[in-house]
Design a protein around this ligand. Structure first.
Ligand code: FES
Ligand code: FE2
Length: 501
């Protein structure tokens, strides 16, 4: 990669005022102190969008953002609520609590009860609510459901920053539908984002040719530019939608499937990174139309840990509806192919970032002890330089132009992430930061139950009924099999068999 080919992209992602608060990169000062990241997807059916499965209605669920535990509850007929997952009484997890008939959250340890604003409305052992104010309040966090994804804002009391949440405008149009997949990974958010804007790995890690139509080559360079996004400038890479290394004209087949017109050369494969957490892959015909988008949300659960939401959005009705668990099974197998490779990068890349932060004296002080509240001002001292991925890596492929631009955004933005350097203590690492540098055994990294089944209701249900069948014999097995089939037929969501690859 020649320096000048990168230079025109660099200024697009290096404006300090744009990156001061990267997890919103706000346009309006009013939202400058807020951070919003998606907490959990809820399922969208193929025919109508409905928040249904992933967050069981009425059941508090524990999620993690920036190494901070948060309790989220979707209330029947009322808005979704979220709290720092810590009861003010004796610090028990509020996510273990229960929803009352009036929609308040009751801690299940001693029964203290909190309304949606966090005010303590009942201490059962105290008459007339005496002592329920002040320190007896839970820390409520604003949250909002947008396009079937629950977003949590890490600034208590703030309004949900609707203008800063990334999404798919196409999903608001008539006829567009989507399906979701979710998986947790012991992989840092930064590495996940890089993986998602790197189509070069498809031929080798996944051994599938279709990534090739998103990659660049010497004959088909990629243009990388900044374009206005919903929350901040997006980094957009465009390349001819033909297969380059494989040399086959599979683009025609792909074009026919997607309803695109024109010659293969007219189709542009587009990869977009919309800060702070969304990557979308799509292909556009010469009229600028597309019928299929794959959106990836990289959610920073904490340092070295991410949740990946994949959303398939399309304007063409699926010809085959596979149950969600079956589709998840396929996709999990696909993601297994490179998750361990990405995990193997972590000790080097996150290690280099932490070392650079230590050199710059960015270790967190007491005010950074929680992710909740305004972001720490981690402005590097004058003249100090943090991690520079372009120096850590050896970029040579024409596709790396996009990786360089995204990498520079990460270099500038990540030091401002809440809690990022909480583990830096003097000359050594502690807690999550130290754990992030360990390469876990393959069977732990790819543990299917932990990374997927435990957080996907459809897969969990399928696992449960199939286990029942396996443990049953004779006539009982036949009865169970019928039950399985009827449950799976009625209790799963349809998914398209299409993938972007
Ligand atoms: S810890 Fe929650 S009520 Fe006691
Ligand atoms: Fe991959």
């Amino acid at each position: 990669m020649r320096a000048d080919t990168y230079l025109h992209a660099a200024p697009l992602v290096s404006q300090p005022q744009r990156i001061k608060l990267p997890f919103l990169t706000p346009r309006t000062p009013a939202s400058a102190e807020q951070h919003a990241v998606p907490a959990r997807a809820v399922e969208c059916s193929a025919t109508s969008r409905r928040a249904a499965e992933d967050l069981v209605e009425g059941q508090p669920t524990r999620v993690s953002l920036f190494d901070e535990a948060i309790a989220v509850v979707r209330r029947p007929g009322q808005s979704t609520i979220a709290y720092v997952d810590r009861c003010p009484h004796r610090a028990a997890a509020l996510s273990e609590g229960r929803l009352t008939a009036s929609g308040n959250l009751q801690c299940s340890y001693h029964g203290w009860t909190f309304d949606e604003g966090g005010s303590c409305v009942s201490i059962p052992q105290v008459r007339d609510g005496a002592g329920a104010g002040g320190r007896a309040c839970a820390t409520a966090l604003p949250c909002v459901d947008q396009q079937g994804i629950i977003w949590v804002c890490s600034t208590p009391g703030a309004s949900p920053p609707m203008d800063t949440i990334v999404g798919l405008p196409e999903l608001d149009r008539e006829g567009w539908v989507s399906d979701d997949f979710v998986r947790d990974m012991p992989v840092d958010y930064t590495l996940l984002v890089e993986n998602l804007v790197d189509p070069d790995h498809g031929l080798f890690a996944h051994q599938t040719p279709n990534f090739d139509s998103y990659a660049a080559s010497s004959d088909h360079p990629m243009s990388v530019q900044s374009e206005p996004g919903r929350t901040s400038d997006k980094i957009v890479g465009r390349v001819d939608g033909v297969l380059k290394l494989t040399g086959k004209d599979e683009a025609a087949k792909s074009k026919a499937l997607m309803g695109e017109k024109g010659s293969a050369q007219d189709i542009k494969s587009t990869l977009e990174f919309e800060p702070p957490c969304m990557v979308r892959w799509s292909r556009f015909d010469q009229e600028g139309k597309t019928s299929f988008i794959t959106a990836f949300y990289a959610i920073p659960l904490g340092i070295g840990r991410s949740r990946l939401l994949i959303r398939y959005a399309r304007s063409i009705a699926p010809w085959f509806k596979a149950p969600r668990w079956l589709f998840s099974m396929f996709l999990n197998g696909f993601l297994d192919q490179d998750t361990y490779l990405v995990a193997s990068q972590q000790a080097t890349t996150v290690g280099a970032e932490l070392a650079a932060a230590q050199r710059m004296g960015l270790s967190s002080g007491p005010s950074d002890a929680t992710a909740i509240g305004p972001a720490p001002d981690h402005s590097p001292p004058a003249g100090a330089t943090g991690l520079q991925r372009r120096q850590l890596y050896c970029h040579r492929s024409p596709t790396d132009k996009l990786l360089l631009a995204v990498g520079q955004w990460l270099d500038d933005a990540v030091p401002h992430m809440p809690n990022r350097y909480r583990g830096l203590q003097g000359g050594h690492l502690a807690g999550a930061a130290a754990a992030a540098l360990l390469l876990l055994p393959r069977e732990v990294v790819l543990d299917r139950w932990e990374c997927h089944t435990a957080i996907c209701p459809s897969s969990r249900r399928a696992h449960s009924v199939l286990s029942t069948v396996r443990n049953t014999s004779g006539i009982a097995a036949a009865v169970a099999a019928v039950a399985v089939l009827s449950q799976l037929a009625s209790g799963t969501q349809g998914l398209s068999s299409s993938t972007p690859w």
